[in-house]
Design a protein around this ligand. Structure first.
Ligand code: SF4
Length: 425
């Protein structure tokens, strides 16, 4: 057991900013609390022109040191609609007052991420993905709070064991930005039970006692919002289990809080290879100089990155946007991995596209760009069926000894595939 476990420290995760900061710093430093004026030095040092312009207008007193500190970014995040509306074009919102007063719509956006869409209407792609909308209050048929039935697949609290050889560990309920379409809206920013050494130990014990688990996904919430010391506790505990072959971290932080990807943290992560990272990416506008720096640091540490993108109406639901995104991801060394059909959480109908839209996008990529740029399109089956891949119909059936195939241009071809070969095995 390391020092953190010996303290038997179980920090409460409160919904308000100050308690989160107290939690982080108490966990990290033992006693010292982190005041709003005490910003430790950060080794992140990229501020793009677009972001600098936003900072000069809305945070004129923020120093480089503050802006580049992930803690400062969390402390100064937009958490209420009134403050947020100051940086948006709200002329198209018909009921501003309602949104300002509503407490049903949890909100958190870092100043950095806000800098990517300030001055835009809320229909602007990446704004739409994080800014509350009254449409979220319309609950449609088929929607439910835990559509993937993750809670019913938890043998111990906060550990989802759906597939035979891998588990999903929900390490925290906190994210630096709350996505409006999040599958885990039932747990993010809702309660205090996910975060802390005691909560994690049950999961770690379960994994230790199940030799069939060779792959652990650490997600949440967002595990990269944990302080280094807590993250290291988790990773070192998992790496100490002989049958855990790979560890995967699921995070949106490189896109919404790239300042968190410090050299110090990356150096720590490198100790726990083989380590993979699934980066939640929504739109090409997220691939900024800051996000590029964050991903470069992760890639240089030998951590293999794959992308996860939720298909969202009015945000990224067309071939050109997706192709642009996949190309930009490859340039920053992130392999396009999954496009997900948007899960039917309550109030998500304005985000969901027909399933055929995803197929159309895959069809628009395959053959028109490199195979490396093509992710899998999947539906995470409601009710806990797991990821089901969907592919356009390239296989058209058989004609005698031939298989009929359709290529990316819709042209048909025959592939000689005699029955005796087909019966091989
Ligand atoms: S970062 Fe992930 S877990 Fe957090 S709100 Fe967005 S989708 Fe949900």
């Amino acid at each position: 057991m390391n020092e953190l476990a010996q303290q038997d420290y179980e920090p409460p995760l409160g919904p308000d900013l100050s308690s989160i900061e107290v939690v982080l710093e108490t966990a990290t430093a033992g006693k010292a609390l982190f005041g709003k004026t005490e910003i430790p030095n950060s080794d992140f040092n990229v501020i793009s022109a677009q972001t600098a312009k936003f900072r000069a207008k809305y945070f004129p007193f923020a120093t480089d040191k503050q802006w580049n500190s992930w803690r400062w970014q969390i402390q100064n995040s937009y958490t209420n609609f009134i403050k947020l509306s100051e940086i948006l074009d709200v002329s198209t919102i018909d009921d501003l007052d309602f949104l300002a007063k509503s407490k049903k719509l949890p909100l958190r956006i870092t100043p950095y991420y806000a800098s990517l869409f300030h001055g835009k209407p809320i229909s602007y792609a990446i704004a739409k993905s994080v800014v509350p909308d009254k449409l979220e209050l319309i609950v449609s048929p088929g929607e439910e709070t835990d559509p993937l039935h993750e809670e019913s697949m938890c043998p111990v609290d906060n550990l989802v064991h759906r597939y035979p050889d891998r588990v999903l560990m929900l390490s925290t309920g906190f994210c630096s930005v709350y996505c409006r379409y999040c599958t885990r809206t039932h747990m993010v920013e809702k309660d205090k039970k996910h975060y802390g050494v005691k909560a994690w130990e049950k999961s770690i014990d379960y994994i230790r006692n199940h030799p069939g688990v060779r792959d652990v996904v650490v997600s949440g919430g967002d595990p990269l919002t944990l302080p280094d010391k807590h993250l290291e506790f988790l990773l070192s505990s998992l790496r100490a289990i002989p049958h855990v072959e790979i560890i995967r971290i699921g995070s949106k932080v490189p896109m919404v809080l790239p300042q968190r990807i410090t050299n110090t943290m990356v150096k720590m992560l490198k100790k726990y290879h083989p380590l993979y990272m699934s980066i939640h990416v929504t739109h090409p506008d997220e691939i900024t100089p800051e996000a590029t720096e964050a991903c470069t640091r992760i890639a240089d540490a030998g951590i293999v990155m794959g992308s996860q993108t939720v298909l969202l109406k009015g945000v990224n639901d067309n071939v050109e946007t997706m192709k642009n995104l996949m190309h930009k991801l490859l340039k920053i060394r992130v392999k396009p991995y999954y496009i997900y059909q948007c899960d039917p959480i309550p109030g998500s109908s304005h985000f969901r596209t027909p399933v055929t839209k995803g197929l159309e996008i895959i069809q628009g990529l395959r053959g028109f760009t490199s195979g490396y740029a093509i992710p899998h399109f999947v539906i995470d089956a409601p009710g806990g069926g797991g990821k089901i891949p969907l592919i356009p119909e390239y296989y058209q059936g058989r004609e005698g000894d031939n298989v009929i195939l359709k290529n990316f241009e819709g042209k048909s071809f025959k592939y000689y595939d005699p029955v005796q070969i087909k019966s091989y095995s």
